[in-house]
Write a protein that binds this ligand. Structure first.
Ligand code: GTP
Ligand code: IMP
Ligand code: MG
Length: 428
């Protein structure tokens, strides 16, 4: 009997505060994937991808959408929260960028939760309220927290509910008035501006658009784990794509300055329906320095001068919100914590080239603080290098210090797919 080909299931997740460059690494790995699954978060995420098909910013769709791999399946998993209006806009944007949607094989898990108009309103109102107490989270205001709150309160709408549109519309209208009453009482604000019918029409238009692009909605919105289980049985390759990062994890991040989902390896299993035991590779993505957008602790935040320089060199502005990101140095202590939680089988170090602009860089390896004595240099640039042996010794040394006892797998030296080094196992 022929031996069955055994495929891989690789989860890619962030090891810092998000924006580590997961999009870039997922795009690189998606070249050999049969299925790409988004497992957490929603349109708060902003993955940037540059490959031979163009430069893309993707929020809701799995990054595989722009992989160019024929027949690859894209799945929006049960752990995500979905705004179908912004999904529609994203698909139109991708079409404008030359992506032929008729080639995209998309499945949306029917158990994923919907981000409703009132969730977005609630997110904004809550941030306004917190502002008065100076403990604003700095959310992306996409309704992420309120949508997950309704999920856990067991009062949310699931994507599968859309399949029975008449019941959905009825529940939508009831909930609309309920939320309007809630907001009036709690925030003394009039929410019911548009009225439920206008909001419903917008949702219906989004649904009609999805049906026009992907055919029967019963096909598009379905129970996705069996698709994944079958693929594993057949020996196919599955890429699980995380959003945000370990330090923004709802349980283990810098609560309350976190997002509302499980960002790491546990979320990859829970949010996709793939048993944890079937996840064969766990790739944790970290930048060679750090950034944080939104509020919360950031022990390695750089001095004003260096922060500004990192922000400009790295163009560190939010993909979704355009907000300037706070910037700082690599924190080996929080790295160890993120690694302890997720036990990565490999590390991808990104944006090494941004440090080309610096003579002195910082790194925090001891509780006491940032070590600035680490000399860098401008004499040999890293940008675009594709071979480990070509890296200057200082860059190699920094990579080794970043990963410590974990295995360095990829080094990214630029935003493009091909600006990637696969680190040799026995490297110097
Ligand atoms: P979230 O899901 O929002 O957390 O985002 P992400 O991890 O996918 O990262 P995001 O795309 O928001 O930010 C990373 C940015 O760095 C993007 O603009 C990428 O194009 C870019 N990028 C990724 N790797 C590299 C690299 O090695 N060098 C340079 N210069 N840019 C890179
Ligand atoms: P929310 O996810 O919109 O509720 O935002 C909660 C926190 O997570 C805020 O600090 C956001 O800035 C941060 N956040 C959410 N999504 C991302 C992301 O994709 N990259 C970086 N930070 C994010
Ligand atoms: Mg991002």
């Amino acid at each position: 009997m022929r031996k069955k080909r055994s495929g891989w299931v690789t989860a890619v997740f962030g090891g810092q505060f998000g924006d580590e460059g997961k999009g870039k690494i997922v795009d690189y790995l998606s070249q050999k994937a049969d299925i790409v699954v988004r497992y957490n978060g929603g349109d708060n995420a902003g993955h940037s991808v540059s490959n031979q098909f163009g430069d893309f910013k993707i929020s809701t769709m799995p990054t595989g959408t722009v992989s160019g791999v024929t027949g690859q399946v894209q799945v929006i998993g049960n752990g995500t929260v979905l705004n179908i209006i912004s999904l529609t806009k994203e698909l139109q944007y991708l079409e404008d960028k030359g992506i032929d949607l008729s080639n995209i094989r998309l499945y949306i898990d029917k158990a994923s939760h919907l981000i409703m108009p009132w969730h977005i309103a609630h997110d904004k109102l809550e941030e306004e309220r917190r502002k008065k107490h100076s403990n604003i989270v700095g959310t992306t205001q996409r309704g992420i927290g309120p949508a997950y709150a309704d999920k856990y309160q067991r009062v949310g709408f699931r994507t599968g509910d859309l399949l029975n549109y008449e019941d959905f519309a009825w529940d939508f209208t009831k909930t609309y008035y309920y939320k309007a009453k809630l907001f009036r009482g709690l925030y003394e604000t009039e929410y019911a501006a548009k009225g439920p019918n206008v909001e419903l029409q917008e949702l219906k238009a989004a649904l009609d658009y999805l049906a026009s692009k992907f055919g029967n909605l019963d096909n598009l919105i379905c129970d996705t784990p069996p698709i994944l289980w079958r693929a594993i049985d057949k020996g196919q390759n599955i890429l699980l794509e995380g959003a945000q990062g370990a330090l923004l994890d709802i349980d283990r991040g810098t609560y309350p300055y976190v997002t509302s989902s499980a960002t790491g390896i546990a979320g990859a299993s829970q949010g996709s329906g793939i048993p944890a035991a079937d996840i064969t590779e766990r790739i944790m993505v970290v930048k060679a320095y750090m950034s944080r957008v939104g509020n919360g602790p950031f022990p390695t935040r750089a001095s004003l001068y260096d922060e500004e320089k990192l922000r400009e060199a790295g163009q560190e502005y939010g993909t979704v919100t355009g907000r300037p990101r706070n910037c700082g140095w690599f924190d080996a202590i929080s790295f160890k914590y993120a690694a302890q939680l997720n036990k990565p089988t490999g590390i991808a170090v990104t944006r090494l080239d941004i440090l080309d602009e610096f003579i002195i860089i910082g790194i925090r390896e001891r509780e006491e603080g940032i070590d600035h004595a680490y000399g860098w240099g401008l004499e040999k640039r890293v940008r675009g290098l594709r071979n480990w042996n070509l890296l200057p010794d200082r860059a190699k040394d920094l990579c080794n210090r970043i990963v410590g006892n974990y295995r360095l797998k990829y080094v990214s030296t630029g935003p493009s797919r091909d600006e990637t080094i696969v680190a040799p196992k026995n490297r110097k």
